[in-house]
Design a protein around this ligand. Sequence first.
Ligand SMILES: Nc1ncnc2c1ncn2[C@@H]1O[C@H](COP(=O)(O)OP(=O)(O)OP(=O)(O)O)[C@@H](O)[C@H]1O
Ligand SMILES: [Mg+2]
Length: 255
Amino acid sequence: MARVLAIGNQKGGVGKTTTALSLGSALQRLSQRVLIMDLDPHANASIHMAFFPENSRGTAYDLFLEEKHDPGVWDRIIVRHEDTGLDFVPGHIRLSELEVDTRDRPNKGLILKEALKDLDERYDYVLLDCPPHVGVLLVNALVASDLLIIPVQTDFLALHGLRLIFDTIRTINRVMPKGVRFKVLPTMYDRRAGACRRVLNIIRRKLKGHMFNTIINTDTKFREASAKGKVIYDIDPNTRGAVEYSLLAKELMQP
Ligand SMILES: Nc1ncnc2c1ncn2[C@@H]1O[C@H](COP(=O)(O)OP(=O)(O)OP(=O)(O)O)[C@@H](O)[C@H]1O
Ligand SMILES: [Mg+2]
C-alpha cells in the first residue's frame, strides 16, 4: 500500500499546495511512484498544473459523490501531467458542497481511506492537498493519512493556525484509535528576519519530535513556477526551494 501524506493547515496561504506539488515532484525524482490529489474546492493545485476542472473527465468530487463505490472511478479521475509525468486527481469547486451531499451518509469520514485501498501497489506515495478549513474533506484526509504534514509559515500569525489544527487533531483522535501522526514543516523562512527566527525557535521548543529537520526558505521561484503552470524543478532544479524539497523527500524516505 502507498504511504498517504496529508498536507494540511487551517491557516490559508502557508504553502500547502506548494508542498504537495514540490514534494510530489521531489519524491518522483527519487524514483517513487506518486499520486497527488487536490482536495481543495478552490482547486489551486489543479489550476497550477493547468488541469482546469471544467475540462477534466473527472475530479475528486466524483469519488466522494458515488453512492456505491466503483474501483473504476480512479481510471476516470487520474490524469497524467505531461511535463512531469506526475499522476494527479484534480479538485472541483463542487467539493465545497460535500458537507450537504454527504450529510446523511454513514461513515462519511472513511470514504477516501476505503477508496485508496483500490490503488493497492500502484503508488509509493499519495499526497493530499487539503483545503484551509475543517469539514468532511479534511476529516477524510486525516483519517486516510499515515502522516499529516503541517506547513507553518514562520510568522507570528502562523502560531494561531497551529492551534486550530491541533484542535482538529484532538477531535479526530477521540474517534480514531491510532490517532493522527503529524510533523510540522517550517515554510517561507527568512533567516535575516528576527521574527522568523523567533517563531522557528518557539515551534522547535513546543514541538520537539514533531518537526522536520528540513526547513523551506523563501524562494521567489515558487511563484514563478505557479504562474507558468510548472513545478519548481522545471524552472530551476538547483534553486534553494527545489533543493530543500528534495531534502524533505529524502528525510521522509528514511526508514
Ligand atoms: N517557500 C516559499 N517561498 C516563497 N513563496 C512561497 C513559498 N511557498 C509558497 N509560496 C507562495 O506563497 C503563496 C501561497 O502558497 P500556497 O498556495 O502553497 O499556500 P496554501 O497553504 O496552499 O494556500 P491556501 O490555503 O489558499 O490553499 C503562493 O503564491 C506560493 O507560490
Ligand atoms: Mg492550497
